[in-house]
Design a protein around this ligand. Structure first.
Ligand code: HH2
Length: 264
């Protein structure tokens, strides 16, 4: 899943693709690099980010969906917390709703997800992006994240979302310290064992910087991002949300080739 942020302030690529032409060039590049899906976001959720009005978010994402549809039928996931944006995006051609609030943001999030009948990503987050990194605490990060996601999956199904449309995401970096992120990355197989497909978003995240303090610029975090992506793939994660599609596809191909070689 290639990340296509059309925001002025996303943490690693904010402002670069806000103009439609630049967004299209980037979408084409992600597709050429091997992305199976694009995740389109019009509101940054980086730590400390403020909120964007629905009309502004719609103005950012709807022209991009229409323009991509002019040259490609690649599935588009809409990365939004707002049911109204999800509904409009699906009407414009999006095929998945990626919700970092796991359908808790609005009183009609669950109902809209059921109405849309598209796959939905339920992501774990402790708190809200504006404050989530202030003082995150867990007694048992893996158990708590898993229990939360399973409860949200139950809530979604009770509201009418089909089981086969539900994806889970541990929400790396969303209200989590390094030790919490590492515990989750070391135990992704427990999420996979839930039976729902798992999406993992680790690309260029601060987790890398906590381990390599010289990686201040998100663009200097490719090595760490690939290490986490490979860990995810090895544990059965179904999809990886990444900025560096070509490098990730290559890393996964090499990993798969090694795994299929005979053991002597
Ligand atoms: N991470 C980001 C945004 N959306 N969605 C899911 N399901 N999982 C993630 O890990 C995830 C996500 C943050 O990355 P990015 O889009 O690059 O930055 P920003 O939120 O600043 O736009």
């Amino acid at each position: 899943m290639g990340v296509l942020n059309v925001t002025p302030d996303s943490f690693s690529d904010g402002g670069r693709f806000a103009e439609l032409g630049a967004a299209m060039d980037h979408a084409r590049a992600l597709i050429a690099a091997g992305a199976d899906m694009l995740d389109l976001g019009g509101e940054s959720t980086r730590p400390g980010a403020g909120r964007v009005a629905e009309a502004v978010e719609l103005d950012r994402v709807l022209p991009v969906i229409a323009a991509i549809r002019n040259f490609s039928d690649i599935p588009i996931s809409i990365d939004t917390r707002k049911p109204g944006v999800a509904r409009a995006a699906v009407a414009a051609g999006a095929a998945m709703w990626n919700d970092i609030t796991a359908l808790t943001e609005a009183s009609d999030s669950l109902a809209v997800a059921a109405e849309l009948q598209v796959p939905v990503v339920l992501m774990h987050m402790q708190g809200d992006p504006s404050t989530m990194q202030d003082d995150p605490r867990y007694a048992d990060p893996v158990g708590e994240v898993l229990a939360y996601l399973e409860a949200r999956a139950e809530a979604a199904m009770a509201a009418g979302v089909r089981r086969e449309h539900i994806w889970l995401d541990p929400g790396i970096g969303f209200g989590k310290r390094l030790e919490h992120n590492l515990a989750l990355l070391a135990n992704l197989d427990r999420l996979v064992a839930s039976g729902f497909p798992v999406l993992l978003g680790v690309s260029r995240k601060r987790t890398v910087r906590y381990i390599d303090p010289t990686a201040i610029d998100p663009n200097d975090r490719l090595g760490g991002s690939l290490a986490m992506a490979l860990q995810g793939a090895a544990q059965g994660v179904a999809s990886l949300r990444v900025h560096d599609v070509r490098e990730t596809v290559q890393a996964l191909a090499v990993q798969a080739a090694i795994r299929s070689a005979p053991r002597a």
